[in-house]
Ligand binder design. Sequence first.
Ligand SMILES: Nc1nc2c(ncn2[C@@H]2O[C@H](COP(=O)(O)OP(=O)(O)OP(=O)(O)O)[C@@H](O)[C@H]2O)c(=O)[nH]1
Ligand SMILES: [Mg+2]
Length: 299
Amino acid sequence: MNREGYKSGFFSIVGCPNVGKSTLINRLVGQKIAIVTDRAQTTRNRITGVLTRKDYQMIFLDTPGMTKPRSKLGEYMQKVAEDASQDTEAILFVVDALNSVRDRDADVMRILKNERSPVIVLINKCDAASAAQMADAREKIAQAGFDTVLAISAKNGDNIDELEELLKGYLTEGPQYFPEDMVTDQPERVICAEMIREKTLQLLRDEIPHGIGVGIDRMELRPEGDLMDVWATVYCERESHKGIIIGKGGKMLKRIGTEARKDIEWLLGVRVNLQIWIKVKEDWRNRQQMLNELGYRDD
Ligand SMILES: Nc1nc2c(ncn2[C@@H]2O[C@H](COP(=O)(O)OP(=O)(O)OP(=O)(O)O)[C@@H](O)[C@H]2O)c(=O)[nH]1
Ligand SMILES: [Mg+2]
């Protein structure tokens, strides 16, 4: 839709792992579209979030945390993050005040200096950081040569209105790219798979490494229309991981299923019967076909 005086624009959200990029996109669009955990490298794909107001639309691209790739999946994640920064109105570079600005951040800032898009640096987690930590972050960012800086809390919402106000200045006259009721371009089955991955990562914390992938095999609404059957598979890399995910007497898997089901029901607005299978696929993170099947595609 093209309306006179209507403004729009794209913003990519980039930064190191675990700084709060996905928490920020959820906050900006006012809905949970990206999963969040306290583990690094949670986000694997580019996630589009849409914020529509009467006079403008902002489109945000959440990306995987930038880090040195160690597998095909890692390379893919890195490419997603780099590509997303191309041709956006501005790049939102997020740093974690609790970790100061580390060497890794400095590396990314050097890369961003060469991007064509302007860079806005967001010092996140200001709710939990000390004044000294905030001052330290500001100083390092200034040293790197960036002057548009805002302290925010993606978690609490501190300064998010101010951020939106700031971003308005970067919009240009343009179409409303997405319908007003659309918050993300991710298909429902992808979000469902992500919810299951989030619960698995959250509940198993350190017991299993990152090598899990989740695929939705089938989603079917019962004819009465009041119940959706969802079949999902969790892929892990070792037989021992399978045991951990299932847990004693199936307890862990049951918990993962119950928590994921609640989120999925909320998302779909219908009661859900969720069935989860666990399969061992060694080294799936390095198999292109497996990556494609799970939706990590290069298009
Ligand atoms: N105190 C505080 N914690 C936050 C804030 N924003 C995010 N977090 C926490 O930081 C952790 C990482 O958040 P994510 O949003 O998953 O971080 P990310 O940058 O998307 O991480 P990757 O996808 O792994 O790159 C989670 O435990 C969040 O709850 C914030 O403003 N304040
Ligand atoms: Mg993320």
